[in-house]
Design a protein around this ligand. Sequence first.
Ligand code: RP5
Length: 181
Amino acid sequence: IDYADRGKPQSTSTPSSRPTEQPLVAVVMGSDSDLPVLQPGFAILNKFVIPFTTRITSAHRTPSWMAEFASSAASNGIKVIIAAAGGAAHLPGMTAAYTSLPVIGIPVKPTIGDGMDSLLSICNMPKGVPVATVSVNNSINAALLAARILGVSDMSVRKRVEQYVHDSEAEVREKDRRLLD
Ligand code: RP5
């Protein structure tokens, strides 16, 4: 992880589909311990050929850097932010407070408890500061929601979303067919 330029989103060693391209999605996490939860979401972003960048920036451990990142994300070309945190999960809400971009929050299951504290910390925002919250550890839905948001104005992404929906339905129908065999 490159900590050298803290103002601009940077790619990490986490594989991005087209790292040389302008990232459209920034995936931020409170700790590197959140990374395993985020991997399935990275796979979705790669599958949809959505360039993304990843950052570890904590609302508690690096508050000013987090604020700097969030407030400059839009001017750095980011369209959607996915923010993951566990426990006292303030990162998604604080990120939303510093940007007008859509923020999708992923509650991460902490070492203590079932993740309900993370979930409520992220979704129970005051009126005026929305965070679109997915279920605990559900980085796949966060990535899919980011793709749907981008698909509003990017036809190539929308087509991949539609293909994904089509393939999902075909998969369920196939499982149902096998059940009857
Ligand atoms: C949060 O605290 C992180 O997002 C992580 O989910 C949790 C625990 O962090 P570590 O103590 O593992 O670094 O800020």
